[in-house]
Design a protein around this ligand. Structure first.
Ligand code: NAI
Length: 395
């Protein structure tokens, strides 16, 4: 259905890392052949991409990898056609050695597709966030998943701060008035506040969460809070003037603004449902630039329309591209504002595109040369999770 999250994460019950013996791993050629088949799933940039070569993450500009790969004799397929068994993605995956995807136009590599991808050795996420790859299946099939860690975390953190401000100041309806030829201060000002003296909390205090907290320092918030199973060092929490809250329900109940900055995995899929939303302060704001499916779409819509939330903003959707009738496009609070949604753009500024394109090249270069990857870029490797960010597993 429209609102079924199209994510590759496995069922909620499959929290533990699958136990495997080496013998149960499928047998792969251990090295990528000299002439590899590499496939990239990117979005179409059209005229904008033809006119602006720095739009690297597009089908047209191919992450700037085309000449480099072809000079080395590799086959490089670039497509935006990713849905259904007839798509280029699903037809070509069976003999692809290296798959490049982005979270912006995600090619969902499900457990079923992993079974077909008999030659696959490496999945590279050009960006940050590899939930569109079934990571448990990647482990089972001994495929490495790497992403360009930190390539767009500042870009997202800036977007989060912007979204908090535009919601709390009631910016969007004010701007719509101006475009529509109107001038009426009171209906906008009746739901416009200062960020100063408000409580802001982040779900997840990794790279983005911390950058958001850092950028909030000069606003004079009443308190900054975080919820994360990984505890910050005392030095870090003091430097960011942030207090840890151990239960998510307790944190959201104290916040005027909640920002979501954790990955999508089995424990965060549908985390913000009716129940958790009802524990938030009445009239609070929620900003989600992490992943759409961390929130239950209909429950967010109801919370906004009832006034339980005064605003919801973000750039990530449970289905991407979002269908024309997705409720998050048009939902509003009872006063007609509170919607700060945009397409998936926060992590894809031109500065970010340059960083994740060059990081993708570096990951592929290392793989083809057989040299070690940057440890921070590895999500799964050798059948194990290489990061603790995708669930509180004991690895
Ligand atoms: P990170 O790995 O540095 O930090 C993630 C943090 O979330 C970790 O501290 C981890 O312990 C915590 N976490 C994981 N599960 C949690 C849970 N159930 N409850 C509370 N905390 C939990 O990752 P980074 O770089 O900060 O990125 C976070 C996410 O942001 C990415 O996984 C991606 O989904 C999203 N993102 C979105 C972008 C966009 O364009 N909208 C661009 C980049 C990232």
């Amino acid at each position: 259905t429209l609102l079924t999250p199209a994510v590759a994460v496995t069922a909620v019950t499959a929290i533990a890392v699958p136990t495997r013996s080496v013998a149960s791993l499928r047998t792969f050629a251990t090295t990528t052949p000299k002439k590899a088949k590499i496939m990239a799933i990117l979005y179409k940039g059209g005229k904008a991409a033809e006119e602006e070569p720095r739009l690297l993450g597009t089908v047209e500009n191919k992450l700037g990898l085309s000449d480099w790969l072809k000079q080395q004799g590799h086959e490089f397929i670039v497509t935006d056609d990713k849905e259904g068994p007839g798509s280029v993605f699903q037809k070509e995956i069976h003999d692809t050695d290296i798959l490049i995807t982005t979270p912006f136009h995600p090619g969902y590599l499900t457990a079923d597709l992993f079974k077909k991808a008999k030659k696959l050795k490496l999945c590279v996420t050009a960006g940050v966030g590899s939930d569109h790859i079934d990571l448990n299946a990647a482990n089972e099939h001994n495929v490495t998943v790497a992403e360009v860690t930190d390539s767009n975390t500042s870009s997202v953190a800036e977007h989060v701060v912007m979204s908090i401000l535009l919601l709390i100041r009631n910016y969007t309806p004010a701007h719509e008035q101006i475009v529509g030829g109107e001038w009426d201060v009171a209906p906008v000002a009746r739901l416009s506040f200062d960020l100063e003296d408000k409580v802001v909390g982040t779900i997840g205090a990794g790279r983005i969460g911390r950058k958001v907290l850092k950028r909030l320092q000069p606003f004079g918030c009443k308190e900054l809070l975080y919820f994360d199973y990984a505890e910050m060092s005392k030095a870090d929490s003091e430097a960011l003037s942030v207090r840890r809250v151990e239960k998510i329900e307790d944190m959201v109940a104290q916040c005027d603004v909640v920002t979501i900055n954790c990955p999508l995995h089995e424990q965060t899929l549908g985390l913000f449902n009716e129940e958790l939303l009802s524990k938030m302060k009445k009239g609070a704001y929620l900003v989600n630039t992490a992943r759409g499916a961390i929130c239950v779409a209909e429950d967010v819509q109801k919370a906004l329309e009832s006034g339980q939330l005064s605003g919801y903003a973000g750039d990530v959707w449970n289905i991407q591209p979002a269908p024309k009738d997705h409720p998050w496009r048009s939902m509003r609070n009872p006063l007609g504002g509170g919607n700060g949604m945009v397409p998936h753009i926060s992590g894809t500024s031109l500065d970010a595109q340059l960083r994740y394109a060059s990081g993708t090249r570096d990951i592929i270069k290392r793989h083809l040369e057989g040299s070690l990857q940057e440890p921070a870029n590895l999500i799964v490797e050798n059948g194990e999770y290489a990061t603790k960010a995708y669930g509180s597993r004991k690895n």
